[in-house]
Design a protein around this ligand. Sequence first.
Ligand SMILES: Cc1ncc(COP(=O)(O)O)c(C=O)c1O
Length: 396
Amino acid sequence: MPYSFDEKVEMRQTGSIKWEHLHKIFGAEDLTPMWVADMDFKGPEPVIEAVKRRAELGIYGYTKPPEYLFESVSRWMENRHGWFVSTEWLSYSPGVVTALSASVRLFTSVGDPVVIQPPVYPPFFKVVEENRRQLVLNPLRWVDGKYRMDFDDLREKVKVSGAKMLILCSPHNPVGRVWEREELEELAQICLEHDLMVVSDEIHADLVYKPNRHIPFLSLSAELEERTIVCTAPSKTFNMAGLQASFIIIPNPNLRESFNAYMEKEHLAVINPFAVVAADAAYRHGDEWLDQVLDYLRGNLEFLVDFVEKRIPPLKVILPEGTYLVWIDFRPLGLAPGELQEFLVKKAKVALNAGSTFGEEGKGFMRMNIAAPRSILEEALMKIETAVASIKPAER
Ligand SMILES: Cc1ncc(COP(=O)(O)O)c(C=O)c1O
């Protein structure tokens, strides 16, 4: 069925963080929310129907992921990514961040070095630091118009620090890279050479713009199965983060057993009954919706690029290969990072994620979520245009 993503859905009074926590996070209410990674689109019709049918049962007791749900995840990986995932490899976690934190706790010890690649999704810093591990930063580099991994720096840092684990973001939030096979192969080589375990956060795997193609890290070689965990979820793909269901792919039975035992011990192994039917319906019947949403997002991206080029030329859009998050360089405005956020909140009245929260390398950048009706995207861009025009060129 054809979907319309132009519809504005009223989200106030629902507890939506994106729409209702503006004051708490930005200190102002009347902002156009282009921040946290939720879409403003209704999900696939089969998901809505499945949730309604489940609601009508009227019993919402303790629930475990049924086998058919793991079969749906496995089939999705095969059909969408050409990747065989045995249902035996699958574990459940309410969130990907929960699984990242569990992996850090389970497979490293206090004080161990853990590598991340900033600018990167802020909880990557937290799951390392708050579990009292040592952060090892392997920043991405801007090479020939693209963010790239810095393999020389990685080799050196792993050797010097003796790092035990790397948390990979693939596709990468916030820079939007969909890593190419050669890049992932070089990373895999380093991990194998240095006995580095990889926890690959692939939550954005389904949100990739053609001709780019997501390559699951674990699919590269059987050797990686010993030491790699892939975190995936329908939450970003089908806009159901609030239902809290993630699927953690762990081929190594020892690692998987430890992970499952930890989730049981922490009482995190029960699933929301609505998440069961929603995730199952999404993975069985969500292809059509996803293809349409990707077309719409590509349209939004083209709209944004064109708008910025013509009407806000000081800004520079880093073209994402995947994700609905766009990394925008505001440095030509010449504002300090603290001033930049204040400028966008107070002058433009838009809520974007400050680049500095993704690491030092993000200073002067902002992350904009474009998964919104085009009219909302246009409103946000027009507000930014007006605010930028108010800065006298001499001040830039
Ligand atoms: C890379 C990445 N990982 C994890 C998450 C959040 O996952 P969860 O809500 O399942 O913990 C996000 C949300 O934006 C993300 O971008």
